[in-house]
Design a binder for this molecule. Structure first.
Ligand code: GDP
Ligand code: MG
Length: 170
């Protein structure tokens, strides 16, 4: 039985989530992935990856004029990251399709500055400083697409069905 196949350009909203090098070094990979699993997102891609400076600069190109940009690039390239694609289960139900995985993931992640992030969020519970805020999440559906295309190659994505679906969606 073929359980995994290459996915063509899906029109479903997708978020690019990344555990940053501090999250990997601090042993938080399982904890962070677990939060998205428990929420009910569907994992569509996952890998441990050492990124180049070029890729980090492209990923954060909107921030290139910020004073912290060089330290941000050093941080993101300082060790392996865990790259993920998270989606909501695709159903024919229009209301569910309209729910944004991008915005929902940002809520789970919390504010950029962990001191301002609410308890219960990943950054609120697990981090203390903006420059070491353990996780990235796309800030718009368009950036989700852009980032997934940057960080994943065709053939690294899986389309699969979760047995949880009927227990998540009425
Ligand atoms: P995010 O979308 O919440 O991750 O925040 P941004 O897109 O504004 O910034 C991207 C990343 O750059 C943040 O997650 C931080 O790791 C880093 N960053 C943002 N602002 C600062 C800052 O003022 N100082 C430092 N050192 N890093 C920052
Ligand atoms: Mg951002």
């Amino acid at each position: 039985v073929q359980r995994c196949r290459i996915v063509a350009a899906a029109e479903v909203e997708q978020s690019y989530i990344m555990i940053k090098p501090d999250g990997v070094q601090r042993g938080l990979v399982g904890e962070i992935i677990s939060r998205f699993e428990k929420k009910g997102f569907l994992l569509k891609g996952l890998k441990l990856f050492q990124c180049s400076k070029d890729l980090a600069q492209e990923h954060y190109k909107d921030l290139k004029d910020k004073p912290f940009f060089p330290t941000l690039i050093d941080y993101i390239t300082s060790g392996p990251v865990v790259c993920m694609i998270q989606i909501f289960v695709i159903l024919s139900c229009k209301a569910w399709e309209g729910v944004g995985v991008v915005a929902s993931a940002r809520k789970l992640i919390g504010a950029t500055n962990p001191l301002q992030a609410e308890p219960g969020t990943i950054r609120g519970d697990l981090a203390v400083q903006t420059g070491r805020n353990v996780v990235h999440g796309s800030d718009s559906p368009d950036n989700g697409k852009r980032e997934i295309a940057l960080w994943f190659k065709e053939g690294e994505l899986c389309e699969w069905e979760s047995v949880q679906t009927p227990w998540l969606i009425e």
